[in-house]
Design a protein around this ligand. Sequence first.
Ligand code: 5GP
Ligand code: MN
Length: 326
Amino acid sequence: MIESKPKESTTEEVVAELRRRESFVFVSHVKPDGDTLGAGLALGLALRAMGKRVNYFQQDPVPRNLRFLPDADRVARELPADLPADALWVFCDMSDTSRAGEFLPALERRNILDIDHHLANSRFGAFNYVLETECSTGTCVLHLLRAMNAPITPEIATCLLTTIMTDTGGFMHSNTTGEVLQTSAELIALGANKEEITEKIFANKRFAAIRLLGAALDTARLEEDGKFCWTVVDEAMLAKFGADGEDTEEIIQHLRSVEGVDVAAVFKDYDGDVRVSLRGNGRVNVQTAAGRLGGGGHHRASGLTFVGPVPAAIEAVRAAIRAEGL
Ligand code: 5GP
Ligand code: MN
């Protein structure tokens, strides 16, 4: 099989390819968030309105707090048997195909479009639309929709505003530029339901999650002269409160908000390997720190999977952030 070389695609090239293809599969990453899902749903809705066939592949179930998104009930791990061989597989918000999980079928590069805003995206598609300065993958999609003159319905606007609000932490992170706020205002004018996004994503915690948060904060440690704050969530803690992985998401932002902390980490020890979430305040680059251990992400938010026991994971992360200047 002759594989085309990875390259950066222009907006026009991607639009031409979206128009040329008749069938699409949108792929979101494992542990899906509002960006990977919202970006794919938005573009999928627009393509469906153009009469195209659209499917969604996602290894993990849609998280509880994202089930309100339009078309979220069409997202599944199973794909139809009659999927055309020339369907374009559109990966949203991931630096590598491995982030889609182990159930992803083997694909030819010519059928891959990679839409992303991560630093260090590996350009794994025949078409790579990687805009590193965008706040979300959803705003990359918005550039495509505008170039296509696709009507932005209230449903599409809600999906796109979700990507922005997710990846800016509700307009709190440093990627919240004036342009991002302007774009958000435009999406609200187009009918994006900001109230619903706020309510469903940010104010819809299970009681189990709040109790788990309390336990995780109670056992948090502050080290490295107060610059490194971390905690562990294990199987026993989840069981104690009847919580699951989705209920762990909020913990890290509290550790990051401690005065003087440059890096926060949560070590999640319940699915076999140890999943590590890292957040920084910008002084230490947690993307390159995670990269030293096989992970990745953004300058201030990254993650990785550590194979080994938790104490070893803590030491490895400590060494990585020290090497990045903690
Ligand atoms: P989280 O802490 O929410 O799991 O991940 C934060 C960010 O880090 C994600 O948005 C994603 O960009 C990135 N990330 C998390 N885990 C991994 C990983 O295993 N590999 C890579 N390349 N990036 C990751
Ligand atoms: Mn993103």
